[in-house]
Design a protein around this ligand. Structure first.
Ligand code: SF4
Length: 477
C-alpha cells in the first residue's frame, strides 16, 4: 500500500502488514443464492475491505450489485432483493494492483451475442501488461484496469471453438496466480492456475454447490467440504446438477502461497487439508526450538500471531499473556499526521496491559515484519509500560522480495529486511533480540516440501518481470 494513493500518513504508518487482494465465492443450484453469498463473502471479508459485488442469475437474465465498502454496507437487505436467482458469483476486493475505485470492483458482467457472463477472480496475472497491449492492438477497449477484463476479452476473442476450448486457450495465455469464477446463464465455471498459488475449495449445500477462497466461508454458510479445486482444473457445475472437470494444462506445479498459512487466511480455514491455526501453532513451536530465549511472559500481537504465540508458549513453558489489547473499532483515520498523533494512533489500535508486562522479560511474537514501523512502536509501548526486556520473535522468515501474485507487499524499497541484516533490523526496531523462523521451519510446520516462498527467496515459480523497475512501472507492487 502506498502512502498518498488512498491513505494518509498515519494509516500508512499503522498498516505495516502484507495485504491479501481479494476473495471469491460462488453458488449454484441453491435457493436465494444472493443470501448465501452475503454470508460467504462476509466470512471472506478479511481478504478485502475496499469493495464487493455479486452477479446472480435466475437462468433467464443476470443481475448485478456492487459497491465500495464492506459486505454489510453494500449488501443491504433491500439491495440484495435486486439480485434474485439460484446461482451467483461474488467478490471482496482489496485494491492496489489494478487500482481502486468502483470501476475495478468485481464481478464484471459482460454482454456478448454468444452469451452473457459474469466473471471475477482472486490473484494476479503477471503478463497482463503484454496481453492488454496485444488486445488493444487488436481493437479491444477496456473499461477498467482489472485483470478480469483481460481474461474476458481473451475468451471472447476465440470465436472459432466451443466455450470450454476458448476458456482453455485463454487460460494457457495467462501467467500468474488466479482463481477465476465465471457465471453463464446455466453454468458456474471454476478455474485455478497451474501453480495453485491461491486456495479454492468446493462445498455441498442443500443439493447445490458453493465454492470459496477459504473453507471458513463454506462453514459460514453451512456447506460440507467436498474437495479443493485441482491445479489447472476447469470445473463446470451445470444447472441440471451435472459436473464436468477438465484441465487446461497437463503439467502442474503446485506452489501454495506460504503466506496464506502464515498470515492471510483465517485460522479456522483448512488449506489443502492443513488447518491454518494448527500450522501457525506449529510454526510457533518450531520458532522456540530455533530461537529460544529466557523470559517471563509470551505476548502476541493480536490477532494473526495468536496461534504462533500459543505454540511458542507451549513449547517453552513460558506463560502466554494478553499483554496487548486490540481496539476492534478503529476505522480509517482522517486526522492530519504529526509525530504526536502517530503515537496516539498506535495506542488507539493497540494498548499494552501494564500490569502484565511491567518488570517482565517479554517475548513478543508476531507473524511478519514488512517495513518495521509498527514493530518499533509496539516495542516502545511495551517499554513505556515497564517491560524490562523485549525479545521479538517472528513466526516467518524475513520478507526480502515483493510478491507478484496478488499480494500487496509494499514497495521493494520499503521492505526493511530487503536492505538490512537481522541485527540492523533489531537495532532499528529497538528490540533486545530479534529472530525469524527459518524457511525449513515453515515447510516443516505446514508439512509440505514445496510451497511458494518467493517473498523470502526472490526465486519465483512463474515468469514475472525482467526487472523490478518494469514491475513497478506496471503498478504490480
Ligand atoms: S511471493 Fe510470498 S506472498 Fe506472494 S504468493 Fe509467494 S509466498 Fe505468497
Amino acid at each position: 500500500m502506498k502512502w498518498g494513493d488512498d491513505m494518509n500518513e498515519l494509516d500508512y504508518f499503522l498498516s505495516d502488514k502484507m495485504n491479501e487482494e481479494c476473495g471469491v465465492f460462488g453458488v449454484i443450484n441453491v435457493k436465494n443464492a444472493a443470501e448465501v453469498m452475503y454470508y460467504g463473502l462476509h466470512a471472506l471479508q478479511h481478504r478485502g475491505q475496499e469493495g464487493c459485488g455479486i452477479v446472480s442469475t435466475d437462468h433467464e437474465d443476470f443481475y448485478m450489485l456492487k459497491g465500495e465498502g464492506l459486505v454489510t454496507e453494500v449488501f443491504t437487505e433491500a439491495a440484495l432483493k435486486s439480485t434474485p436467482g439460484t446461482a451467483a458469483i461474488g467478490h471482496v476486493r482489496y485494491s492496489t494492483s489494478g487500482g481502486g475505485g468502483i470501476a475495478n470492483v468485481q464481478p464484471f458482467l459482460f454482454r456478448h451475442h454468444t452469451g452473457d457472463f459474469g466473471l471475477c477472480h482472486n490473484g494476479n496475472i503477471v503478463n497482463s501488461h503484454e496481453i492488454r497491449n496485444y488486445l488493444e492492438m487488436q481493437g479491444s477497449i477496456f473499461q477498467s484496469t482489472s485483470d478480469t477484463e483481460i481474461f474476458a476479452h481473451l475468451i471472447k476473442k476465440d470465436t472459432q471453438t466451443n466455450r470450454t476450448q476458448a476458456i482453455k486457450h485463454a487460460l494457457n495465455q495467462i501467467e500468474g496466480a488466479f482463481a477465476f469464477l465465471a457465471l453463464s446463464i446455466d453454468k458456474l465455471y471454476i478455474m485455478r492456475d497451474k501453480n495453485s498459488l491461491r486456495p479454492l475449495s468446493l462445498g455441498r449445500l442443500n443439493g447445490g454447490y458453493v465454492v470459496a477462497s477459504e473453507t471458513c466461508a463454506l462453514e459460514a454458510v453451512g456447506a460440507t467440504f467436498v474437495r479443493d479445486i485441482e491445479p489447472a482444473e476447469i470445473l463446470i457445475l451445470h444447472q441440471d446438477g451435472s459436473i464436468t472437470s477438465d484441465r487446461y494444462a497437463a503439467k502442474t506445479y503446485p506452489n501454495m502461497c506460504a503466506m496464506e498459512y502464515i498470515y492471510f487466511s483465517r485460522p479456522d480455514s483448512d488449506i489443502e487439508g492443513v488447518n491454518v491455526h494448527a500450522s501457525r501453532k506449529e510454526m510457533g513451536r518450531i520458532l522456540f526450538e530455533e530461537a529460544p530465549v529466557d523470559a517471563d511472559v509470551v505476548v502476541f500481537v493480536p490477532d494473526s500471531s495468536t496461534s504462533a504465540a500459543l505454540g511458542y508458549s507451549e513449547a517453552s513453558g513460558i506463560p502466554l499473556e494478553m499483554g496487548l489489547i486490540k481496539n476492534r473499532y478503529v476505522g480509517r483515520t482522517f486526522i492530519q499526521p504529526s509525530q504526536e498523533l502517530r503515537e496516539k494512533g498506535v495506542k488507539m489500535k493497540l494498548s499494552p496491559v501494564r500490569s502484565l508486562v511491567k518488570d517482565k522479560r517479554v517475548v513478543l511474537v508476531d507473524d511478519s515484519i514488512v517495513r518495521g514501523t509498527t514493530s518499533k512502536k509496539i516495542i516502545q509501548l511495551l517499554r513505556q509500560s515497564g517491560a524490562k526486556e523485549v525479545h521479538m520473535r517472528i513466526a516467518a522468515p524475513p520478507i526480502t522480495h515483493p510478491c507478484f501474485y496478488g499480494v500487496d507487499t509494499s514497495t521493494y524499497e520499503e521492505l526493511i529486511s530487503a536492505h538490512h541484516s537481522v541485527e540492523d533490523v533489531r537495532a532499528m526496531i529497538d528490540a533486545d533480540s530479534l529472530q525469524f523462523l527459518s524457511i525449513d521451519g515453515v515447510l516443516k510446520a505446514v508439512g509440505r516440501k514445496k510451497m511458494c516462498i518467493s517473498c523470502f527467496t526472490g526465486t519465483y515459480p512463474t515468469y514475472t518481470y525482467k526487472n523490478l523497475e518494469d514491475a513497478n512501472k506496471d503498478g504490480k507492487f
